[in-house]
Write a protein that binds this ligand. Structure first.
Ligand code: F6P
Length: 322
């Protein structure tokens, strides 16, 4: 393999730059040329490509976002779009592609591989941590720490005013961010899509806690694919309990900022592992980390199989939140 490409796709995640840097450095060390594809699959289709070297990725390890830019390309979901993408890859002589993103991005890349024969390796980069085949995704730890800081700040004001706060975090259809930031931030209750607690049950749990002397509380709510859902929930709880409620939706705040050490290190390991895999002629795999060891998983498992929440962590939250 003489030339590979790298792109970031889907929602950006802190640590993507550290991953790009690692891949570029591993490729150049292995005498492979590496090209950066801007704006994910949209940039690939539009031939928005430039070459990368050790110097172009200097001083980016600490930066949030992605220097390559990203997109959610609808055109790439079509056969025609992928055909265009393949001709661009051919034009540049790109034989292998590193895709940093989530399961949707991997599905697109996998179709491209099957239709064109280009080799692909996926690297899980999303704050949601919802990708099967890796304990953690790049960006998750930073997002959790961002949510945690927000919960700490909310706690100060919640306590001062003796209020009930709903803090809504991202996570698409999963509760990974809510669970970890909820435990770390000492949230009193957790609302996640993996469980079915409704406003009625939540209200009676909160009423019970307040009757036992609690003066303020924080409910960590996962967006559950419906950003803003905490507003309706808070309203209903307010009606049922008579408690004044306040809502804080963290939203895209959680996607930005400098990556934590844990994210930078994970990103660096996976960037190097992906290049090594391509150099060994591998394809159709996702490079992840399981129990602190690099693990390659067939890329289709990233969307065919579902990663579940750590049940021990969930139980821990149950014990601590009362
Ligand atoms: O996948 C990352 C994520 O931030 C999800 O948590 C969230 O549901 C979604 O992206 C938001 O996407 P967009 O930035 O396109 O609104």
């Amino acid at each position: 393999m003489k030339r590979i490409g790298i792109l970031t796709s889907g929602g950006d995640a802190p640590g993507m730059n550290a991953c790009i840097r690692a891949a570029v450095r591993a490729a150049t060390a292995g005498d492979i040329e590496i090209l950066g594809i801007n704006r994910g699959y949209s940039g690939l289709i539009e031939n928005d490509i430039h070459s990368l070297d050790r110097r172009t990725v200097a001083n980016i390890i600490h930066l949030g976002g992605t220097i390559l830019g990203t997109s959610r390309s609808t055109e790439f979901r079509t056969r025609e779009g992928r055909n265009k993408a393949f001709s661009v890859l051919e034009e540049h002589g790109i034989e292998g592609l590193i895709i940093i993103g989530g399961e949707g991005s991997f599905l697109g890349g996998s179709l491209l591989q099957d239709e064109s024969g280009v080799k692909i390796i996926g690297i899980p980069g999303t704050i949601d941590n919802d990708v099967y085949g890796t304990d953690l995704t790049i960006g998750f730890d930073t997002a959790v720490n961002c949510a945690l800081e927000a919960i700490d700040r909310i706690r100060d004001t919640a306590l001062s005013h003796q209020r009930l706060f709903f803090v809504e975090v991202m996570g698409r259809h999963t509760g990974f961010i809510a669970l970890e930031s909820g435990i770390g931030g000492g949230a009193e209750e957790l609302i996640i899509p993996e469980e079915s607690m409704n406003a009625e049950e939540l209200s009676s749990r909160l009423q019970r806690s307040f009757s036992l002397g609690k003066k303020s509380a924080i409910v960590a709510v996962a967006e559950a694919g419906r950003p803003g859902n905490s507003v309706d929930l808070a309203k209903e709880v307010e009606q049922r309990t008579g408690f004044e409620t306040k809502v804080c939706i963290l939203g895209h705040l959680q996607r930005g900022g400098s990556p934590t050490a844990r994210d930078r290190i994970l990103a660096s390991k996976l960037g190097v592992a992906a290049v090594n895999a391509l150099m060994q002629g591998k394809s159709g795999l996702m490079a992840g980390e399981i129990k602190q060891k690099i693990a390659f998983t067939p890329i289709q498992e990233s969307w065919e199989r579902q990663k579940s929440l750590d049940s021990e962590l969930r139980d821990l939250m149950g014990v601590l939140c009362d």
